[in-house]
Design a protein around this ligand. Structure first.
Ligand code: FAD
Length: 272
């Protein structure tokens, strides 16, 4: 469908064509490994920095800087996070339905333990909001007040791990709870409060993301303040347009980033 539309509009497609630099002297002069191209308008659709092995480069940011446009600091996002301190590598592959929060944002989805930290949809979503200095709050049993439940079952001889194993994967209960082998009847009030806090509001601290080679998107980019919201043209550079991920617009998981790339492209297409 795309190729049919392109043929109809007499679009020339060049593959394996690397753009190395751009200059403007009235018209744009674009230097590529296939020679020099000239044009009245130039649309930058070079994407973000994620997955350099499939062609991501910083070209779009370099061009924006060259023309004096502001760039909001970039970082990998929609990505797994690396735990600061204890890594729980033995739990790699365990996934748990959780509520994950950072500031005012929260998502209810699965978290997934990895070799170095956490991933899974809830963590990937929260990575858009995560600030290095702040812990992420994780409720591992959203429908259960764990401290209340332990208090109500305190008389039994069952071990804590055995009890928790009915609520979360046993492997996780064994590794995560301190005092896992203690009978419920021997838990002190303090133990119960600590276990409740750990399961209902685990303050997970992360040191970094899993990086651009694992990130679905790049947070930050060309500042939206520099662009017309109708045409995507740079306010200070007539004829220069930016679309898609190179701009400081980042969506949730679920197709929003594709939608933004296509919608902003459509806006420019209508404008030129
Ligand atoms: C693994 C993965 C999964 C994803 N899943 C989803 C999803 O499910 N839903 C969703 O909405 N989004 C998803 N995304 C994000 C989505 O792919 C991007 O937001 C979207 O493709 C951005 O479109 P774009 O046109 O701006 O840039 P891109 O699609 O990245 O295209 C940029 C193009 O520019 C080319 N380029 C860069 N530098 C140069 C240069 N110097 N010379 C010539 N060409 C150059 C690149 O090779 C690339 O072909 C995913 C991304 C990844 C990496």
């Amino acid at each position: 469908m795309l190729l049919t539309e392109c043929r109809r509009s007499r679009v020339e497609i060049r593959t394996g064509c690397t753009v190395t630099s751009v200059a403007k002297d009235g018209t744009f002069r674009i230097e590529t490994n296939q020679g020099i191209l000239e044009s009245k308008n130039l649309i930058i659709a070079s994407g973000g920095l994620s997955f350099s092995k499939i062609g991501a480069t910083d070209l779009g940011y370099r061009i924006a800087r060259q023309f004096g446009l502001k760039i909001v600091e970039t970082r990998p996002s929609l990505v797994g996070l690396v735990l600061d301190g204890k890594k729980y590598a033995d739990l790699a592959g365990v996934s748990i339905d959780s509520v994950v929060s950072s500031g005012k944002e929260s998502f209810r989805e699965n978290i997934l333990f990895t070799h170095r930290g956490l991933s899974g949809p809830a963590i990937i979503q929260i990575s858009n909001y995560w600030q290095k200095s702040d812990p992420v709050l994780i409720d591992l049993l959203p429908e259960t007040d764990v401290a209340e439940m332990l208090t109500a079952n305190r008389h039994g001889r069952r071990t804590l791990a055995n009890f928790l194993g009915e609520l979360v994967p046993q492997r996780f209960a064994d590794a995560f709870a301190a005092n896992a082998n203690k009978p419920l009847s021997e838990l002190s009030n303090r133990d119960i409060d600590d276990i409740g806090a750990l399961f209902n509001s685990w303050q997970a601290k992360f040191s970094e993301t899993e990086g651009y080679d694992r990130a679905e998107v790049t947070l930050g980019g060309v500042s939206t303040a520099e662009l017309s919201s109708k045409t995507m043209e740079a306010k200070r550079v007539p004829g220069l347009y930016f679309v898609g991920e190179v701009i400081d617009v980042t969506g949730w998981l679920g197709g929003y980033n594709f939608q933004w790339a296509w919608s902003s492209g459509f806006a420019v297409g209508n404008a030129i």
